[in-house]
Design a protein around this ligand. Structure first.
Ligand SMILES: Cc1cc2nc3c(=O)[nH]c(=O)nc-3n(C[C@H](O)[C@H](O)[C@H](O)COP(=O)(O)OP(=O)(O)OC[C@H]3O[C@@H](n4cnc5c(N)ncnc54)[C@H](O)[C@@H]3O)c2cc1C
Ligand SMILES: NC(=O)C1=CN([C@@H]2O[C@H](COP(=O)(O)OP(=O)(O)OC[C@H]3O[C@@H](n4cnc5c(N)ncnc54)[C@H](OP(=O)(O)O)[C@@H]3O)[C@@H](O)[C@H]2O)C=CC1
Ligand SMILES: Nc1ccccc1C(=O)C[C@H](N)C(=O)O
Length: 435
């Protein structure tokens, strides 16, 4: 076993495990503070990879994520390559399209390319002279007492290195988190929902987007749905979310077309019948898991952030945004407590756990809103009422979606306010508030 050198001197060493979205961003946050930062990523350098592994081609970036990018001077660069989505575009069975705006005029979420975002963040992290990126390093084991980590290399060898702080940003199936499970008073739950997802591509039509680009398109079919987000190359990435048992019922190309004919007829010519027949069987439907745990730290040695701390189902488009906000919250607490890890880590767990748990629940809720509620006249009416009340009393009534997506209102506070506001607007409706 090879013993890799680790730097000490007067600077503390922070090991960021995982060079995905949150890990790469976090490396910038720690480097900015002057720590010696070592990033360890199991995969090869995504910037050199011929084939980019992993799913979810694009992501919805919103205020929390943007604020975190702003902290490290990356907001403009990323936003300039994003496509604004101003509203949901609801596709009815008959093919009618009706928009439901996300917020006030000028408020939008951005469709960004996951691979490009990851590449840009790694390149930014590398601009700090005190940061080293180590690819092809898969964390196998680590010790909370010493901060000693063991990594597996693609050639089968092992490397060990030590750090003052280990930051687990290694995603939903975190290897860092495994050590937490062996400790007393660590709470952990994971739930696989019975639905899976499958990504399909809608190509450009005559060199242009096949549908209006500045929308998040939704085909809500009550018990399942398809969505589509635009990409810079004028394609859309369509994602079909559906119970696994429904996916499994479709076994032939003809059945795929039959299914689309029944539920998404307007999408067939846009995706293309031949592509549908082929692409449906390219990859099996993927699972979605929600992981909640607490606390997020062990002593002054280790902390979990991003999906490693809180994998959420994707339906609010907040997983990455919440992970990025984790970095800001940690940074704010570092300022507050003078970078004393023995105080910062427990405080971070205390502050952040309720918020990450709240967005996990909201993400579950938003699936029902997207696939079913948007079909209801009552829901649309209530949305209008909320928007109007927000216009009349902007400080008192703020729609839930606005709080979650366009502000940094703590997620758990947003949930509390939502319940309270719901009662107020119901009361106003009951007494015929002149709307
Ligand atoms: C279909 C889908 C759609 C989504 N859409 C959105 C959206 O629109 N908006 C949004 O905000 N979020 C979205 N998300 C969530 C988002 O993808 C995640 O929240 C985000 O990627 C989390 O980033 P992360 O860095 O914590 O984890 P990851 O992006 O998974 O990065 C973890 C990294 O750690 C590495 N790693 C894993 N194990 C090890 C190990 N043992 N040693 C070293 N390295 C390791 C991995 O290779 C990876 O690079 C979506 C998720 C899915 C599945
Ligand atoms: N909340 C959710 O439902 C989901 C969230 N995600 C998140 O989306 C992001 C990108 O995902 P993507 O790049 O596709 O990641 P992958 O699905 O490719 O997973 C990344 C690594 O995690 C390990 N892994 C994958 N599935 C499992 C599993 N079921 N049990 C244990 N380990 C597993 C694999 O490691 P190994 O090589 O050792 O097998 C894999 O290399 C990540 O943040 C991920 O956390 C991804 C899927 C679902
Ligand atoms: N990115 C996603 C991926 C999967 C499912 C939903 C989203 C969303 O962003 C939904 C959006 N926030 C909405 O409420 O309409």
């Amino acid at each position: 076993m090879e013993e890799s050198a680790h730097r000490r001197g007067d600077k503390k060493v922070v090991a960021v495990v995982g060079g995905g979205l949150v890990g790469a961003l976090n490396a910038c946050f720690f480097a900015k503070r002057g720590f010696e930062v070592e990033v360890f990523e199991t995969r090869e350098d995504i910037r050199k990879a011929k084939v980019v592994k992993g799913r979810s081609i694009n992501l919805a970036l919103s205020h929390r994520g943007r604020q975190a990018l702003k902290h490290v001077g990356m907001e403009d660069k990323i936003v300039s390559k994003g496509i604004p989505m101003n509203a949901r575009m609801i596709h009815s069975l008959s093919g009618k399209q009706s928009p439901i705006p996300y917020g006030k005029k000028g408020q939008y979420i951005l469709s960004v390319d996951r691979a490009n975002l990851n590449k840009e963040l790694l390149t930014e992290a590398e601009t700090y002279p005190n940061t080293t990126l180590n690819f092809d390093h898969k964390l196998q084991d680590w010790r909370a007492e010493t901060g000693l980590m063991t990594f597996a290399r693609p050639d089968g060898s092992k490397t060990q290195t030590q750090a003052d702080l280990i930051v687990g940003c290694d995603g939903a199936f975190s290897a860092v988190r495994k050590q937490f499970l062996r400790r007393s008073r660590f709470n952990y739950s994971q739930t696989y929902i019975p639905h899976g997802y499958m990504e399909l591509t809608m190509p450009p039509r005559n060199g242009e987007f096949a549908m209006k680009p500045n929308y998040l398109h939704i085909w809500p079919r009550n018990t399942f749905m398809m969505i589509a987000l635009p990409n810079l190359d004028k394609t859309f990435t369509c994602t079909l979310f559906m119970p696994f048992e429904e996916f499994e019922k479709i076994t032939t190309g003809d059945e795929v077309i039959e299914f689309f004919q029944k539920y998404f007829p307007d999408a067939i010519p846009l995706i293309g019948a031949a592509a549908l027949r082929r692409d449906y069987f390219r990859l099996p439907a993927q699972a979605m898991v929600s992981v909640k745990c607490s606390p997020y730290h062990i002593g002054d040695k280790c902390v979990l952030m991003g999906d490693a701390a809180h994998a959420v189902v994707p339906f609010y488009g907040q997983g990455m945004n919440a992970g990025f906000e984790d970095c800001i919250v940690f940074d704010e607490i570092m300022n507050q407590f003078n970078e004393d890890f023995s105080v910062v880590l427990p405080e971070y767990s205390r502050v952040r756990v309720p918020d990450d748990h709240a967005i996990a629940d909201l993400a579950m809720y938003n699936y029902v809103e997207m696939r079913a509620h948007v079909n209801s006249k009552w829901f649309i009416f209530r949305k209008h009422v909320d928007n109007l009340l927000h216009l009349l009393m902007p400080k008192t009534i703020i729609p839930l979606y606005t709080m979650v997506t366009f502000t940094r209102t703590r997620y758990h506070v947003a949930v509390e306010r939502w319940h309270w506001q719901d009662k107020v607007s119901f009361f106003l409706l009951l007494f015929n508030f002149p709307l």
